[in-house]
Structure formats: structure tokens, C-alpha cells
Ligand binder design. Sequence first.
Ligand code: GRF
Length: 223
Amino acid sequence: MNASSTTAERRQPLSVAVLISGRGSNFRALHQAADRIGIRIPVVISNRPDAEGLKYAQTAGVPACCIDRRKYSRSAFDQALQAKLDSLQPELLVLAGFMHILGDAFVADWSARMINIHPSLLPKYPGLNTHRNVLANGDSEHGASVHFVTAKLDGGPVISQCRIPVMPEDSPQSLARRLLPEEHRLLVRTVELFAGRRVELRDNLICLDERLLNDALQLDQDL
Ligand code: GRF
């Protein structure tokens, strides 16, 4: 994935595997934009059999599978996931609401080829309860980030962010509701950069069009 890729390579849709745990609305947004942004989704994988996103996959004709976390040890889960991916060879792995921490060896194998969408303006609020934390701290803005996945939870280099203002009447639920469509746009635009082979990680630094990125790209300004 770099600027030396040939034009023919650039035109090939990027193969993107998506990992989910629940509703799957980010997966749906990616699937609905797939043709436009130049990706194909060879599989969506859930770690939970009851993930709603699996139903969407079925109706949309996207190959889907569940690797039920409860039936595997931590390392066996990673191995089963790797085996599934080995059979399909996706170029990019997108964690979209995937509520499971992958092992260090798996993360190292996928280093620079795995991204996650997180509902906060990282480095603020890694982990859970981001909407509640924003309100508890009296922040005036909230947002979401797409970042490369590293061994540190929600701690990898941030590629892009979107922002929304926090209103006096906001609750965690209203923040989540208003943020979600922005998340969808952010994820689609960011994956589009990958599809254009425009972004890559070099020595833990993000390069866009062969230039080092000093700050995360901002939706509606840079994206
Ligand atoms: C999103 O808010 C995402 O940022 C977070 O979990 C939620 C998943 O939503 N990691 P969905 O499953 O994509 O609808």
C-alpha cells in the first residue's frame, strides 16, 4: 500500500474484512459505500452469535461467520480468526464495534493492516463509557477516532477524527445517537483512503500520500 502501487493495482477493490460484535451499523455503512469507495468485503466476522449485524450480512449477501468467543480460549479464538482470514487474505481488517481484545501476537501480525473506530476524541477516553465520561468532565465537544490497532487498548496512531458539539441537554444516549452518523461518514472516508492506497503506517507514524501526518485528519476539513 504505497504511492508506488501501479494504477492497475489502485483500481482493484481493496479487500476489507470487518469484525463486529453487535448492531453492525458501521459495517452496514461500509458495505453500502463499497462500490463507490472501491472496496469489497469478503467476510464479516462476529465474536457473538447474536450480533444483529450478522442478520444484515445475510440479507445483503455478505459472507458472514461467527467465531463464538465463549467456545474458545483466548489464544484459540485468535487462531480460529487467523485461520479464517488466511483463507480469504483480506488486505485490511476493520474493527467496527468489535468488543474483544485480540492477543498481542495477532495484533503484531496485523500491524499496520488493522484499524478500529472508537467513539471518543483519542487520546481522550480509551475504553468503555466514553459518552458518559465526556459529560462527567464537562467537555464542550465529543467525537470519534479511527486509529491503527496496536497492543495498547485504543492507543494506536490516530488517522482521522470527527467532532460534534456537546449540548447542555445532552445525555450519554443523545451523544451516542448524534455521533453515530458522523462515525459512519468518518469510517467510510477513512477506508476510502486505504482503498486509494493513500495511507500507510511507517515506523509507527502515519503517512498520507507519502507525507508524514502530524495531526489526525479531520472530517469535513481534511476528509
Ligand atoms: C460504535 O459507536 C463504535 O464506535 C463503537 O461501538 C459502536 C458500534 O456500533 N466501537 P455498530 O455496531 O457499528 O452499530
